[in-house]
Design a binder for this molecule. Structure first.
Ligand SMILES: C[S@@+](CC[C@H](N)C(=O)[O-])C[C@H]1O[C@@H](n2cnc3c(N)ncnc32)[C@H](O)[C@@H]1O
Length: 234
């Protein structure tokens, strides 16, 4: 693949808002997907910057499919309403990029999504970029800073708006959950990519350091610049 092909994709993708997906990470995702075509799964999609990168690689490779799982703020029967509609934004990006045929969203939280995944369907490449704590199980309390930053109005449930602190869904979330429920679906020889491996996200790093680095089930292919790639070796 020429650099020009990726650069053209990046020059469009960089305008999609992303908490942290620089060009080097996008290029790693793109090239790793091209080298490992097939069933690609993304946990955590936000506005879709990484989704369009992965989806473009699937399209370029001419085979396989990308499944993107994110709750996009719809959690346990209520939708967290903020100043931006992230579900619509993600869908608009996929449509603009004409990726609908190769990308399917699953609007669910990671642990629930896996329950609907066919038991015998294996994954060629799993990209984990969801909730960045290690493991949380209690009620989801939205910090005041987030309420302000994202313009959160409250939870829309049964047509009624509930103040943010009056609805606190309780579900297992975190990099440990994403890894534990999804990594077993990766086929032997398949690839795991974990994003945000840095001390700002000790929970994500902990999963990498405890479940990947010392394990003879995984061979580390790349671990630099806050992103890691490992291959399932057995
Ligand atoms: C860091 S952002 C993803 C950024 C995206 N990969 C990109 O490159 O722009 C994390 C996303 O994970 C989603 N998320 C957080 N916890 C989740 C969970 N338990 N299940 C599914 N999605 C989750 C959030 O809604 C958010 O969109």
């Amino acid at each position: 693949m020429s650099d020009k092909v990726f650069n053209d994709i990046w020059n469009r993708a960089k305008h999609i808002a992303s908490p942290y997906m620089p060009k080097e990470h996008a290029e790693l995702l793109y090239r790793t997907t091209l080298q490992n075509p097939g069933t690609i799964v993304e946990i955590g999609s936000w506005h879709g910057r990484s989704s369009v990168i992965l989806g473009s690689a699937v399209k370029s490779s001419g085979k396989g499919h990308l499944y993107c799982f994110d709750h996009w703020n719809l959690i346990e029967g209520a939708e967290c309403i903020m100043s931006q509609d992230i579900w619509k934004i993600w869908n608009d990006h996929i449509a603009e990029w004409q990726l609908q045929e190769v990308v399917t969203p699953g609007r669910a939280y990671s642990q629930k999504a896996v329950e609907q995944w066919p038991a015998d369907k294996t994954i060629n490449l799993l990209f984990i970029d969801g909730w960045h704590e290690y493991l949380e199980s209690g009620p989801l309390i939205i910090p005041a800073g987030d309420i302000k930053e994202y313009g959160i109005e409250g939870w829309l449930k049964d047509g009624k708006m509930i103040p943010p602190h009056k609805h606190q869904p309780s579900f297992d979330r975190g990099a440990k959950v994403d890894f534990d429920v999804w990594a077993p679906k990766i086929e032997t020889g398949g690839i795991l990519v974990m994003h945000d491996l840095n001390p700002d996200f000790p929970g994500v790093l902990k999963v990498w350091q405890e479940d990947i680095e010392p394990s003879n089930e995984w061979t580390i292919i790349y671990n630099e610049n806050n992103i890691g790639v490992a291959q399932k070796s057995k």
